[in-house]
Write a protein that binds this ligand. Structure first.
Ligand code: 5AD
Ligand code: SF4
Length: 476
């Protein structure tokens, strides 16, 4: 088999990172090797995102950059896959006629064959799932296939951390969101398959798995009279030797049951970290977003978290400047952030997505200037809370899964003592930076925290504890 070179660029969410891993694994089977240069590549793939306009703009400019390379070498195959491929199937070939392949996120298993077809026959090829209005639910579901058994350890966040999809699609239809259109109806994967895949990951040396779903805690799989929900799935996966941490994102507030919270509390491997996007603090905005809950429901969930899982770190997403958002409605969001004191929040300016209900029925009437101002204001409030939330860790010891060199020394600059700046995360998803030896990477080790910022805990490796508060930090 001759070796071919693949260049792949991924934007967007963890789902896309996982999809790219699968595509790379399937192409390695056909003799491909990765390259980080588009110039050297035989095939160039872009795995795309449609959640915000900005993500799409990035891809169109990346496509612009490879145009001349295709001109120079017409045998190069250029493919667009992922959410933007599904959503803009017709426009992409028009806007970038030198693209050879368009493959939706539910059809990625076809990528290797389509590349071969394009190479042999020439011409443009596409594989897309059915649109949500294109027939019976079952038919549409079948057109959005999961593509999970193939794994490629080199494409993971680290060799000991992996994503594992448990659910595809989404049925919530929040009015601003394109995901239900691009990734199709919600489907929970078969629990036995998830279990087998987790075991394979553990055998490959993964210590941490992150279960993925758009509304992951709504996970449900029905087989005859046996229903598996998120709680029972966590219990099932908890038994796997080698897996030490189980995380899951993203959660939907209405499906955060007390049963699930109690299970997270009693299962030590399950991370006490809950990412549960609130999106807005105003009931009227939530209604326009069709989020399916009120602020009172969200508060009730927070108080149940505090009661049953008090050790949890909670984070959220917010959209500012959604259609018709008044200053008063925005202030309600600020108040919610102050009240809930999230570990961190991801804040986004509303970006109208053609094909969504908001684009059809509501007016994107908040100026970009106001969106920007609200974004900055909310971020400032959250940043102060994040810093205050990290303060109590000073003087404490936390267990950290060491992920690798911190960004500051990507070049792996070692100090004279052989130490380097390392980064890792606590069980509740806080980033920790400390000095240590490279061989600590992949280990879960105790770190004594002596300083913090809003985003990071700063500490030293603990090799010996003297008394309850006095920490001796010896770098190993
Ligand atoms: N505009 C801005 N942000 C959006 N999100 C989803 N759709 C949009 C949109 N049209 C945000 C939500 C979601 C996160 C992944 O992206 O906050 O939780
Ligand atoms: Fe989009 Fe709402 Fe589904 Fe999340 S729950 S993917 S925001 S439609």
């Amino acid at each position: 088999m001759t070796t071919k070179k693949l260049y792949i660029e991924t934007v967007g969410c963890q789902m896309n990172v996982l999809d790219s891993e699968m595509v790379v694994a399937s192409l390695r089977k056909r003799g491909y090797e990765l390259t980080d240069s588009t110039r050297d590549a035989d095939t160039i793939l872009f795995n795309t995102c449609s959640v915000r306009q900005h993500a799409e703009d990035k891809i169109y400019s990346a496509l612009g950059r490879v145009r001349s390379e295709k001109k120079r070498d017409p045998s190069k195959i250029i493919g667009v896959m992922g959410c933007m491929a599904q959503k803009d199937q017709h426009q992409i070939f028009k806007k970038a006629p030198y693209v050879d392949l368009i493959v939706g996120p539910g059809q990625l298993q076809q990528v290797p064959d389509l590349i071969e077809k394009a190479a042999v026959e020439g011409g443009q090829h596409s594989a897309l799932s059915l649109e949500r209005t294109a027939g019976s639910v079952n038919k549409i579901k079948r057109s959005h296939e999961t593509f999970d058994p193939l794994r490629d350890p080199t494409m993971r966040p680290t060799p000991f951390q992996a994503y594992l999809r448990i659910q595809i699609g989404c049925d919530k239809f929040c009015t601003y969101c394109i995901v239900p259109m691009t990734r199709g109806p919600e489907q929970g994967r078969v629990p036995g398959q998830i279990y087998d895949e987790a075991k394979i990951l553990a055998d490959q040396g993964c210590k941490e798995i992150t279960l993925l779903g758009q509304t992951v805690n709504s996970y449900k799989h029905v087989d005859g009279d046996q229903t598996t929900d998120m709680t029972s799935l966590l219990e099932l996966l908890h038994d796997i030797d080698g897996i030490e941490r189980i995380k899951f994102v993203t959660n939907y507030p209405k499906d955060m049951t007390t049963r699930l919270l109690k299970a997270i509390h009693t299962l030590p491997k399950v991370s006490p970290y809950l990412h549960v996007p609130a999106q807005s603090g105003s009931n009227d905005v939530l209604k326009r977003m069709k989020r399916g809950y009120t602020i009172e429901d969200y508060r009730d969930m927070m108080s149940r978290i505090n009661e049953h899982l008090p050790e949890a770190a909670v984070s959220s997403d917010f959209i500012v400047g959604f259609c018709g958002e008044t200053e008063e409605e925005f202030q309600a969001t600020v108040e919610l952030v102050k009240e809930c004191r999230f570990k961190n929040s991801f804040i986004f300016k509303y970006s109208e997505r053609p094909g969504t209900r908001a684009a059809g029925n509501l007016v994107d009437d908040i100026s970009d200037e106001v969106k920007k101002r609200r974004n900055n204001e909310l971020l400032a409030v959250q940043t102060q809370i994040s810093e205050e939330d990290n303060q109590p860790f000073i003087g404490q010891t936390v267990q950290v899964l060491v992920e690798g060199p911190s960004k500051k020394n990507d070049r792996i600059e070692k100090s004279a003592s052989g130490l380097m700046q390392l980064t890792g995360r606590t069980h509740d998803d806080r980033i920790v930076v400390f000095e240590g030896n490279q061989r600590l990477i992949g280990e879960i080790i105790p770190i004594g925290i002596y300083e913090c910022t809003a985003f990071t805990l700063i500490g030293t490796v603990i090799t010996e504890e003297v008394g309850p508060t006095q920490l001796v930090g010896l770098s190993v």
